[in-house]
Design a protein around this ligand. Structure first.
Ligand code: NAI
Length: 403
């Protein structure tokens, strides 16, 4: 099937750049603004080859089994829990998301928070709104020359590092993986080493069993007296009750928290936290990555993943599917096959190739414990017949030609 014939449905008001980009690639794209219910999806999806959703549309096992023809799914957001990934994988459907499109947005928020904390902007703003004039330099400091400790030097942590150095901060970082320092940043050998020297500590680790409660009372006691803590990573990383105690004793001079162990599920639900009402505490409703630019970047990133998978078979970045990243090959056809990863399957496929006398000019295979993803560049005159034969194998899940 050519790109022009493929139909894509984008739901939940996905940024229009995704539609524009995909239409420019020759796909037919329909956009709807709401999150369709399960029954609506079951009705809608038979007309489409691809669906793009955000966080509110649920692609359940039921929806997927009624639509086994779907070629790929895009989550135009970070999380992918709303899709039954296992069921999609078993049907040979790669699911893409956009985990890093909001990196810069989070990094900028952290920089804003460092300055806000060291000038007590949150409290002074609140006071000015109710008529209290608090003009005083006490406790207000520049960030220049201070030390920023970054825990987790990945996409976000390393961006914060670059921005902070540009403002004259010294940067130290700690990561479980040895990372190349950017600029003049210095890697510390342990979390404790970082906490001992940092005026600001900012957390940028993923949610894992190892990072759960990684900033508790013991670690807060290791922080410098009068230092600040920023968490825009995951709510499980900081022990909130311990933080309350360290703020009350003034050992920690302030904090900015964007993520919480329990967060309201919608804007209609009330937010409660033991941190409410404490001095120099900035609380934000998990908005680190929520900017218009990030939405735009997400639209571009997932649209690009669709283009690469649909037109060249590249599955890199798929969260539930073996990753294969391939150069485009000219002068041949490209055959994609997803099969059950069981002993003997490749032998059967190779048997069909030799029976057809097909000339394979390139072959790429990636597997996980359940499925194998095989990409072959075949002489164009032999591709259709070979694809049809391979598709008939009992352990083939799906087979298609991309060009
Ligand atoms: P990333 O995967 O690029 O970087 C994470 C880094 O943490 C990696 O370098 C990893 O080696 C390191 N790490 C893992 N375990 C560690 C440990 N125990 N100690 C020290 N370092 C450790 O992730 P990225 O994109 O930088 O995201 C970081 C966090 O920010 C994630 O938790 C993500 O969910 C969160 N996030 C929050 C947003 C918000 O709206 N507040 C938006 C986007 C991401």
């Amino acid at each position: 099937m050519t790109a022009n014939a493929l139909k894509i449905l984008l739901v939940e008001n996905i940024h229009p750049v995704a539609k524009e980009t995909l239409m420019a690639e020759g796909f037919h794209v329909d956009l709807i603004t709401h999150a369709p219910s399960e029954s609506e999806l079951i009705q809608l999806l038979p007309k489409y080859d691809v669906v793009g959703i955000r966080s509110k549309t649920e692609l359940t096992a039921e929806v997927l089994s009624k639509n086994p023809h779907l070629l790929t799914i895009g989550c135009f957001c970070i999380g992918t829990n709303q899709v039954n990934l296992q069921s999609a994988r078993e049907k040979g459907v790669p699911v893409f998301n956009a985990p890093h499109s909001n990196t810069r947005s989070v990094a900028e928020l952290v920089i804003a928070e460092m300055i806000s904390l060291s000038r007590q902007l949150g409290d002074r703003n609140t006071k000015a709104h109710v008529g209290d004039w608090v003009k005083s330099a006490e406790g207000a400091k520049e960030v220049r020359g201070k030390t920023l400790g970054i825990v987790g030097y990945g996409h976000i942590g390393s961006q914060v590092s670059v921005l902070a150095e540009a403002m004259g901060l010294k940067v130290v970082f700690f990561d479980v993986v040895k990372k190349l320092p950017l600029g003049n940043a210095v890697m510390k050998s342990s979390l404790e080493e970082l906490l001992k020297v940092s005026d600001f500590v900012t957390l940028h680790v993923p949610e894992t069993p190892e990072t759960k409660d990684m900033m508790g009372a013991k670690e807060m006691a290791q922080m410098k007296k009068g230092s600040y803590l920023i968490n825009a990573s995951r709510g499980t990383v900081v022990v909130i009750d311990a933080l309350v105690e360290f703020l009350k004793s003034k050992h920690i001079a302030g904090c900015a928290i964007d993520v919480f162990p329990e967060e309201p599920s919608s804007n209609k639900e009330k937010f409660k936290s033991p941190l409410q009402g404490l001095a120099n505490v900035i609380l934000t409703p998990h908005i680190g990555g929520s900017t218009e630019e990030a939405q735009y970047a997400i639209g571009m990133e997932v649209a690009e993943s669709f283009r690469r998978y649909l037109k060249i078979g590249s599955s890199s970045g798929a969260v539930n599917f073996p990753n294969v990243d391939l150069p485009v090959k000219h002068g041949t056809s490209r055959l994609l096959n997803v099969h059950k990863n069981e002993p003997g399957v490749l032998g059967e496929i190779n048997g069909l190739i030799s029976k057809a006398g097909a000339n394979i000019e390139g072959q790429y295979l990636s597997t996980d414990d359940k499925i194998g993803y095989l990409v072959m560049d075949v002489h164009s005159s032999q591709a259709q017949a070979l694809a049809a034969d391979i598709d008939k194998l009992s352990r083939s899940i799906r087979t298609r030609l991309v060009y």
